[in-house]
Design a protein around this ligand. Structure first.
Ligand SMILES: [Cu+2]
Length: 170
């Protein structure tokens, strides 16, 4: 009876440790683009969004929150040439109802612009580089459909394997 109690509390401890490390590793982050400034035409610094993205590491599963007033701006995900030239001829997606939350679903570079006339050329454009959860920085590689759910399944399986091993060893 006493032995069983010890075993299960040990197993619980293992579960806690594994879950804690899982949460640390896979918790997705929501980034508010431009922080308190939001998504608008930069007034003084035309590199505002470059600077904003500079010190951040984005991973697959993270969210970008574009805060803006509907009718004043929009968010278009475009290709690199579209970003460079501020054209939305090759738009991947457009959202015009603010605020907009976009989940980063693949690794590599993502480009966002506002399509309102003059806004993108004035600096309302954002480029982010997205890494895989393991920190793989290889650009342009499409990640396998490894979403949060599948990561969780893998993690839970690992937890069960760990617990079984632990219980057998005790
Ligand atoms: Cu705009």
């Amino acid at each position: 009876m006493k032995k069983m109690g010890r075993k299960s509390s040990m197993a619980m401890a293992v579960v806690c440790v594994v879950l804690a490390s899982t949460l640390t590793t896979y918790a997705s982050t929501t980034y508010t683009v431009g922080d308190s400034i939001g998504w608008q035409v930069p007034t003084s610094n035309s590199n505002l969004y470059d600077d904003w993205a500079d010190n951040k590491t984005f991973v697959v599963g993270d969210d970008l929150l574009f805060k803006f007033i509907t009718g004043e701006h929009d968010v278009a995900e475009v290709t690199e040439p579209g970003y460079d030239a501020c054209t939305n001829t090759d738009t991947i997606s457009t959202d015009n109802k603010g605020p907009v939350k976009i989940t980063l679903k693949r690794t590599g570079d993502h480009y966002f612009i506002c399509t309102y006339p003059g806004h993108c050329p004035a600096g309302q454009k954002l480029k982010v580089q997205v890494q895989s959860e393991t920190g793989d920085t290889t650009p342009g590689v499409l990640s396998p459909p490894r979403n949060a759910a599948s990561s969780l399944v893998v993690t839970i399986s690992l937890v069960f394997v760990s617990i079984s091993t632990f219980v057998l060893l005790c």
